[in-house]
Design a protein around this ligand. Structure first.
Ligand code: CTP
Ligand code: MG
Length: 176
């Protein structure tokens, strides 16, 4: 596969996950924290940055993007089965992001403070692992090794660019 085509395919496939992650920032604003302020071993379980509205709103937003993709040029196969991978990619991204925050709190990194690598890859890992588990047949056929490598290399770069832009546009207080 040509490099440029591979880059395009990787980004296109992960659009539901990227959309989920980005829209949680918007839908989660002012929402109730998932951990209800509860602590575990003296630290918040997930922290104020993980809300139900972010989780649910982000999952739906990412899924909608996936459904639009199915209508335009489906990388997820045919309907109705094609509806499942984009939902798992989207929901899995936010579960991974939640897991990332759980780890950050455990190692003492406060909400909103950067955790390099973890911040950039927790959501891709959650997205891909959940989709692999639930949509095993689709995943093993669609996500080839070179595509997986492209996703893992490109995502941190895109994550950085998206967050830096959001910071410059004053949508976020910090550039990570
Ligand atoms: N967000 C949310 N619910 C989620 C995920 C994200 O409400 N499940 C919103 C929160 O307002 C959060 C913002 O999106 O502050 C940015 O997300 P993220 O960078 O993942 O959270 P942080 O605030 O940086 O917290 P953490 O240190 O736990 O990553
Ligand atoms: Mg953050």
């Amino acid at each position: 596969m040509q490099t440029l085509e591979l880059i395009g395919r990787a980004i296109y496939l992960m659009l539901p996950a990227y959309m989920a992650n980005m829209s949680a920032v918007v839908t989660g604003k002012g929402g109730k924290p998932i951990d209800k302020g509860k602590e575990w071993r003296g630290k918040l379980i997930f922290g104020r940055g993980k809300t139900w509205r972010g989780l649910v709103g982000g999952s739906i937003a990412g899924w909608i993007v996936g459904i639009i993709m199915v209508a335009i040029h489906s990388p997820f196969g045919e309907l109705p089965q094609a509806l499942l991978p984009p939902f798992m990619l989207s929901f899995g991204a936010l579960l991974g992001d939640l897991g990332g925050s759980f780890i950050k709190r455990r190692i003492g990194i406060e909400r909103g403070k950067p955790a390099p690598i973890l911040d950039q890859l927790d959501f891709v890992a959650g997205s891909l692992v959940l989709t692999l588990l639930v949509c095993h047949d689709w995943f093993t056929e669609a996500v080839t090794v070179d595509l997986l490598a492209a996703i893992l290399i490109l995502t941190p770069i895109l994550h950085f660019l998206a967050n830096y832009s959001a910071y410059k546009l004053k949508l976020k207080d910090v550039p990570w």
